[in-house]
Design a protein. Structure first.
Length: 364
């Protein structure tokens, strides 16, 4: 019996961000490849982080090229389903919507794998209030968490929804984390204001004023909103030289070194869905300090594997970090709990099994 044929239209790295990394994991999955006949088309029109959200002639040509490649696949090949990872809000939605409508003309099934949110904010605005129902009508939708369903509830009925939490890498053994002096905590993300960069800098200023000795390592690429020069100036303005260090983007073994140095992980994001960096931190046995944003309260158990803070709240963030700076036994217990929860729920193998099962159920 022939394997079902699935055309994947997904953003692939570069640039490196959560959705692109999950898309790459799907492309590289032996489980997916053994179950389905696949082909992949890169949906991304950006090649660098500073291109995201900006319009350019170069990106226009890339969009046209992607559209031609998708049209070719649909016209000259038979597909049982198209699986797309689209942006759900703003200009990104308007860019991705034509691909969904095109796939619906040629493929019996359209599957939308959503890695972001924001539909709820746009659905009442023109042209979204007209276009969104068309895009999501009869589409099967894969969400990363049940917590994210309210964002799409106005255009997607519950029976079209499937839940597939992201997974990441291979679990590492639970180990006692060597104590560092001073303690280090890690922020790993591109420098985007909504990731809580300024909130964390303000919290570091409060912690320093209270007399705490620490190193906060910022690792991630600069962006249009926050360049390296801007970041370094923000550090100087708060008098945080020596205790807050921006290291730029790090990959491979260089990134691993920061995880090994860290005592815990901090990401006070206020616009997110399911940050893979939180899973990376849990994989490395790090307690996680984050916020009640998106699916994060599913990932981080408040008081057990880390702390959930209020969004945009410096005092709430300071209070959580203080607990980990002053209670070493609590930090060690949370480290063990974080890694165990990762191994139980968020490995790459668990993600691949769930994703493969959902696609098989949809196609059968």
């Amino acid at each position: 019996m022939d394997k079902p044929r699935v055309l994947f239209i997904l953003p692939l790295p570069p640039p490196v961000h959560g959705s692109a990394m999950v898309s790459q994991a799907i492309r590289d999955s032996k489980r997916v490849q053994s179950t389905f006949q696949t082909r992949f088309v890169n949906l991304s029109t950006s090649r660098k982080m500073d291109e995201i959200g900006k319009r350019s002639l170069k990106k226009g040509f890339r969009f046209f090229g992607t559209y031609v490649r998708v049209l070719y696949q649909l016209v000259f090949h038979r597909w049982d389903a198209c699986c797309l990872a689209i942006t759900t809000h703003g200009i990104g939605f308007l860019k991705d919507a034509p691909f969904v409508l095109l796939c619906r003309w040629f493929a019996p099934k359209v599957i939308l794998h959503l890695h972001n949110k924001g539909l709820e904010k746009d659905v009442c605005r023109w042209p979204y209030r007209w276009l969104m129902p068309w895009v999501f009508r009869r589409s099967e939708v894969i969400l990363l968490s049940e917590r994210l369903y309210p964002d799409v509830a106005s255009v997607v009925p519950p029976e079209q929804v499937h839940i597939c939490p992201n997974g990441w890498s291979t679990p590492i053994p639970v180990e006692e984390i060597p104590e560092s002096s001073p303690p280090h905590f890690l922020f790993l993300s591109n420098l985007i204001p909504s990731k809580g960069v300024y909130v964390l800098l303000d919290a570091c200023r409060v912690l320093k004023e209270k007399g705490y000795d620490f190193i906060c390592d910022f690792v991630g690429g600069e962006t249009v909103e926050i360049t390296r020069l801007r970041m370094e100036e923000e550090i100087r303005q708060r008098g945080l030289e020596g205790c807050v260090v921006y290291h730029g983007p790090q990959y491979g073994e260089a990134k691993e070194r920061f995880f090994r140095m860290a005592d815990f992980f901090v990401q006070p994001t206020f616009e997110d869905c399911f940050p893979l960096t939180v899973l990376e931190a849990m994989q490395h046995s790090l307690p996680v300090v984050s916020t009640d944003e998106g699916a994060i309260p599913d990932m981080v158990i408040d008081g057990e594997t880390g702390f959930i803070c209020q969004r945009r709240n410096v005092d709430s963030l300071v209070n959580a970090i203080e607990k980990l700076l002053t209670n070493n036994e609590l930090k060690k217990q949370m480290s063990r709990n974080a890694c165990l929860r990762y191994k139980e729920r968020y490995t790459l193998d668990a993600f691949e099994k769930t994703f493969q099962r959902i696609l098989s159920d949809i196609l059968n």
